[in-house]
Design a protein around this ligand. Sequence first.
Ligand code: HEC
Length: 130
Amino acid sequence: MTIKCKSLLFLLPLSMVFSQCHTTKNTADTTAPPAAQGPQLPPPPKPSVLYVPTEANVSGTNTLAELTEGRRLVEVKCTNCHKLYPASRYPADRWASIVRNMQRRAETTDEKISDADSELILKYLSAEKI
Ligand code: HEC
């Protein structure tokens, strides 16, 4: 009996400590506004300069799947030599000659741009509504 009581007394403060921890944590999680943690967090990633294609960019000459793949290819193929240029930088009819020029430049490197990839890249770059 004595042993049992002692062990219970020993447990009482422990359980209080645990419940306190729990309460403190919960309060911090729910009441602290995200902005208050701002200085400790790394800066949020910069949004890509590449527009995300939607049905609004689809026309008779492309599909949403082609535009989405074109966007991926621009990220992969068009960043080897310089930063990304947004599609809105040039009017649609300027992109054909630029992409051809870049494809020719890539010929001399290990990261060539195939005709099929160029076509999807061009579809993506010339489909932004500006
Ligand atoms: C092999 C290297 C290389 C790759 C790959 C490359 N570029 Fe370029 N790009 C250049 C160089 C060098 C210039 C600057 C000289 C020039 O304008 O030709 C340039 C310039 C540009 C310009 C500016 C042109 C101007 O008239 O101001 C655009 C836009 C551009 N690149 C888009 C692209 C796109 C889109 C792709 C992917 C299809 C791409 N680049 C891939 C090397 C590359």
